[in-house]
Design a protein around this ligand. Structure first.
Ligand SMILES: Cc1cc2nc3c(=O)[nH]c(=O)nc-3n(C[C@H](O)[C@H](O)[C@H](O)COP(=O)(O)OP(=O)(O)OC[C@H]3O[C@@H](n4cnc5c(N)ncnc54)[C@H](O)[C@@H]3O)c2cc1C
Ligand code: SF4
Length: 469
């Protein structure tokens, strides 16, 4: 806990994001870092609640009340030790986790919850600034070698844990850079890429080997990995986007969200995109179909690229602004989220179904839509658009290549089926992250990686000192 009755004296106060007029001019992070004094004061609000449901709400079981107390008292190094005992990448979750924990904070029952996510970020950034995080390669190597396919948060947390256990870990990544969606999906205004580089440099110094631009199943066959490695873990993500197969889908100017976001991230990183492949919102009327977080990221990118106007439409009804009886505390509630991208402009519409695209000279110009409510008098309407982004979520992992070669069993959603020890239908081949769980969150990917590491370690050695989460 923090200060006894601190919550009675101090109000919840989050850090101020950069002003909209400034942040729209660049792709730099919207959020700003808290000062130590601010974090100490906010941590003091953590009360002696007895049963900390925040710990239950966090998928990696972060020791939240304990490190809040240490922050309040200014014991930053000890707070760091506790934080890194359960979380491999607090600098990432501290920036972009939806903070499931804060919805189950006991203080949140009748007051504003503790700023847990910001306190988490404050600890890890303090540690980086003070040089407290040094590479810690394992003292002894076990002689076992593990191949990890995919370098998103699941593959990276898995690699970190297995390396700590002394195994030699080689990560294969088909993209030219490490990080998965952290690198090429999530825009810099949520997560600047130096944050990722800083962590990858540490992992490299600790002995993890990274091989980029290697698509396993294509350039490198799974047969080779099976021969050369003692265990393999697939953490390829959930890469197949949901499509909208309606009339006019073939027109140019209609793109999947990830194709748009990958390019946007590459451009921010000064990479050149061939002109005939370029997807850019400058001066365009943009429609984002899909009301979720990926759609929100596209809205933010489109505004920064200088879109003429941006409309985001969603098929489902607008979620409630506050908890409903279906989601009582301490459950993570389904709520209408206003992301920082929504604060920056654009129109949001719910209960809208897109029936048809039309265009001229092969390019999209219009969406024919219908409101999904019977009572509406003007149910049918049109939206003019020069660029349409499909942000309708993801279905399952890509099957071509690696999965075709391995013939692994799938679950009923088309994701990889594993037993409780994360092993697939083939002995020695494991899977974790979105590929196994389905489209999810970074903190769940880290949790999956940590659990899979424990199971792989046990499979190789017979027992494991790695925590199960
Ligand atoms: C646009 C977007 C924004 C998001 N924002 C947030 C957010 O703000 N907060 C949050 O908590 N979650 C967010 N998420 C969800 C989160 O990013 C994912 O749940 C998480 O990245 C899944 O991690 P993963 O490691 O399982 O897979 P991924 O991150 O998808 O990584 C998989 C990696 O495997 C590689 N790969 C695939 N096939 C092969 C192959 N054959 N050989 C070698 N490598 C291969 C891919 O190139 C990729 O790098 C977002 C998702 C998207 C799409
Ligand atoms: S990882 Fe997410 S859920 Fe866990 S403590 Fe941090 S912000 Fe909360």
């Amino acid at each position: 806990m923090g200060e006894l009755r601190g919550f009675l004296k101090v109000e919840r106060k989050t850090t101020e994001p950069r002003p909209v007029c400034l942040r729209l001019k660049d792709f730099r992070e919207v959020a700003s870092l808290a000062t130590c004094e601010h974090s100490q004061e906010q941590a003091s609000r953590c009360m002696d609640c007895g049963t900390p449901f925040c710990h239950w709400g966090c998928p990696i079981g972060n020791y939240i009340p304990e490190w809040n107390d240490l922050v309040f008292r200014g014991h930053w190094q000890r707070a760091l030790q506790l934080l890194t005992a359960t979380n491999n990448f607090p600098e990432i979750t501290g920036r972009i986790c939806p903070a499931l924990c804060e919805y189950s904070c006991v203080l949140g029952i009748n007051d504003d919850p503790v700023t847990i996510r910001e306190n988490e970020l404050a600890i890890i950034e303090y540690a980086f600034q003070k040089g407290l995080l040094k590479p810690q390669p394992p003292k002894k190597r076990t002689g076992k070698q593990i191949a990890i396919v995919g370098s998103g948060p699941a593959g990276l947390s898995l690699a970190d844990q297995l390396n700590k256990a002394g195994h030699l870990v080689v990560v294969f990544e088909k993209a030219d850079k490490i990080g998965g969606i952290l690198r090429y999906g999530i825009p810099d205004f949520k997560l600047e890429k130096w944050v990722l580089e800083r962590r990858i440099n540490l992992l490299k110094k600790e002995g993890i080997v990274f091989n980029t631009s290697v698509c396993v199943g294509k350039e490198l066959k799974a047969k080779y990995l099976k021969k050369e490695f003692d265990a393999i873990c697939l953490a390829k993500g959930c890469g197949v986007p949901r499509d909208l197969n309606i009339e006019g889908r073939g027109l140019s100017g209609i793109h999947f969200a990830m194709d748009y976001l990958i390019q946007a991230n590459k451009k921010v990183n000064q990479e050149l995109i061939p002109f005939d492949k370029l997807i850019d919102a400058k001066g365009k009327r943009v429609v984002v179909i899909g009301g979720g977080d990926t759609g929100a990221d596209c809205v933010g990118v489109a505004h920064r690229q200088g879109a003429k106007c941006v409309v985001q439409i969603e098929l489902l009804a607008k979620p409630p602004e506050c908890r409903t009886p279906d989601y009582p505390w301490p459950k993570y509630p389904l709520l209408c989220k206003t992301s920082t991208s929504h604060e920056e402009g654009g129109i949001r519409e719910w209960l809208v179904s897109t029936k048809k695209f039309s265009g001229e000279n092969g390019r999209v110009q219009k969406l024919f839509c219908q409101r999904v409510i019977q009572e509406a008098a003007d149910r049918k309407f049109e939206i003019e658009a020069d660029l349409v982004i499909l942000a309708l979520g993801f279905l399952f992992p890509r099957k071509e290549g690696l999965l075709e070669e391995l013939h692994l069993e799938l679950d009923r959603n088309g994701n990889i089926k594993t037993s409780p020890n994360f092993m697939t239908s083939q002995k020695g081949i494991f899977s974790c992250g979105d590929m196994r769980r389905g489209q999810s969150l970074i903190v769940w990917a880290i949790s999956e990686g940590r659990q899979a590491a424990h199971c792989i370690d046990k499979y190789l050695i017979g027992e494991s000192n790695l925590p199960m989460i």
